[in-house]
Design a protein around this ligand. Structure first.
Ligand code: C2O
Ligand code: CU
Length: 481
């Protein structure tokens, strides 16, 4: 059957037999097994302001030569990349050919609440819905994925995701590397069986730390390489993994520039040698291959990092760049990229504080095996409005993970925000946080404060973007009115 029913029948009751809930204990995600980097990198087809996104079962190879069934929004790995200019009217028809309900959330687009893919706005199996909205925001990279509560993690893991690029005249005027020199990259780790098929079957351990895989993919391909010439490339990267954090770096240890983040360009380039990217986050990088001798390979890697007990202990390669051609580089780094006006904390009319992670309430309230992960001691209830925000108000929200053991990338729908402080743990903002954000990594031991002005009315969710945590209930509703 092409309906994909068997792709969606992952075990829904968790196996507790091997559970290790020791705080900071031995519960580690699977180690990455590298696949030889011999498959040419591919890019999903690009569509513009209108089209069809049909969720169904398709045949694709994640490992070379091993065609398997997975889910996608088109024939091929990942949905089409949507590339539009700001101001465009976008009309996307979603056809749900899965055997269960689904919907689409436009992660990083400021759309009206009724188009946002809220967990209550579901499209039944066999049904369709037309998402229509006008793009009205800065140039950025966004992405899209399903958002039906308790099914998001499985559907995204099985392949439902795609990239979005919003362009503006201001951004074009910067003459950043474009065309074949601009590479949209969606990174995900996958757990594959012997045949190379993605398998989604989380145990209690997986729910605790997120469903991590042993195989890293870029644009749906494991072991990908891409030929480059001796010049500057723009890498537009989204971490579309369920639970894995990457500490992005280059194998030749060369510094690179961060020029943008979730919601758009930074004010000015930031030079780094490594950058953490947690699930849901995007980054916009400039990588200069001009000093790399032709014939040399440079890998995009993930370096080890500390602070998250369940991951970060291993360095691994993600994607191979084969520098194969000398070419003069016309690119000149702009001194200034955009205007980022800091929201003044004095303008905030309210501060909300949320304890995040495993809570006593969550443990007590566990029904079946669900509901360990909480925000403010609560798990998700679709019918309950947890926070009410006055339209137009600026507020500070604090996510407090100071008693927690797991990293939580916290994501707000309906607005961008600025990160104002990180206390405990690293005590610093990352280069990727010096611009408009929609997802912020809160490591164990940390309290992170963000500031936002809530300009879009309606009911939205905010949640942990570790998708197992989210599906476990680590999500709340807020209403802006
Ligand atoms: Cu990318 Cu509410 O999610
Ligand atoms: Cu989490």
């Amino acid at each position: 059957s092409l309906t994909g029913s068997w792709l969606l029948t992952g075990c829904n009751t968790h196996d507790m037999s091997n559970m290790d809930m020791t705080p900071g204990g031995e519960n580690m995600g699977p180690a990455i097994t590298e696949v030889p980097f011999t498959t040419p990198l591919r890019f999903p087809e690009t569509i513009t302001a209108s089209g069809q996104l049909t969720a169904s079962s398709v045949t694709e190879a994640i490992l070379p030569g091993k065609s398997v069934r997975m889910l996608s929004y088109r024939q091929g790995a990942l949905g089409p990349t949507i590339r539009v200019t700001n101001g465009s009217d976008v009309t996307l028809r979603f056809n749900n050919q899965l055997t269960e309900e689904s919907n689409i959330h436009w992660h990083g687009l400021l759309v009206p609440a009724e188009m946002d893919g809220h967990p209550t706005q579901l499209v039944q199996a066999g049904g369709s819905f037309t998402y229509a909205f006008r793009i009205n925001q800065a140039a950025n990279m966004a992405w899209y994925h399903p958002h039906p509560h308790e099914k998001t993690a499985k559907q995204a893991f099985m392949g439902l995701a795609g990239m979005i690029l919003i362009e503006t005249p201001d951004e074009r005027a910067l003459n950043l590397p474009s065309g074949t020199f601009e590479l949209p990259l969606l990174i995900q780790d996958k757990r594959l069986d012997g045949a190379g098929s993605p398998v989604y079957n989380p145990t209690m351990d997986d729910v605790m730390i997120g469903y991590m895989g042993e195989t890293v993919t870029v644009n749906g391909i494991a072991g990908a390489f891409h030929p480059v010439s001796t010049r500057t490339y723009r890498l537009r990267i989204v971490n579309g993994s369920n639970g894995r954090i990457y500490n992005l770096a280059l194998s030749n240890k060369a510094p690179f520039q961060v020029i943008g983040t979730d919601g758009g360009l930074l004010a000015a380039p930031e030079t780094v040698t490594a950058l953490l990217l947690s699930p849901g986050e995007r980054t916009d990088l400039l990588v200069d291959f001009s000093k790399v001798p032709v014939g040399t390979d440079v890998y995009l890697t993930s370096e080890t990092f500390t602070g998250a007990s369940s991951q970060g202990g291993q360095a691994f390669n993600i994607l191979k760049f084969s520098v194969n051609k000398a070419e003069s580089d016309p690119f000149r780094m702009p001194v200034s990229l955009s205007t980022v006006t800091p929201l003044s904390t004095a303008s905030a009319v309210k501060t909300r504080q949320f304890d995040i992670g495993i809570s006593a309430e969550g443990m007590d309230g566990m029904s079946g095996m669900k509901g360990m992960h909480t925000i403010g001691g609560k798990t998700y209830l679709a019918s309950r409005i947890d926070e009410s925000v006055k339209l137009g108000d600026t507020e500070i929200w604090e996510f407090d993970n100071s008693k927690g053991d797991e990293p939580h990338p916290m994501h707000l729908h309906g607005t961008f925000f600025q990160v104002i402080s990180r206390v405990g743990g690293r005590n610093t903002l990352y280069a990727n946080e010096k611009g408009p954000k929609d997802t912020v990594l809160v490591m164990p031991g940390e309290r992170v404060r963000i500031i936002a002005q809530f300009k879009t009315p309606g009911t939205f969710v905010f949640h942990c973007h570790n998708l197992e945590h989210e599906d476990d209930g680590m999500m709340l509703n807020f209403r802006v009115s």
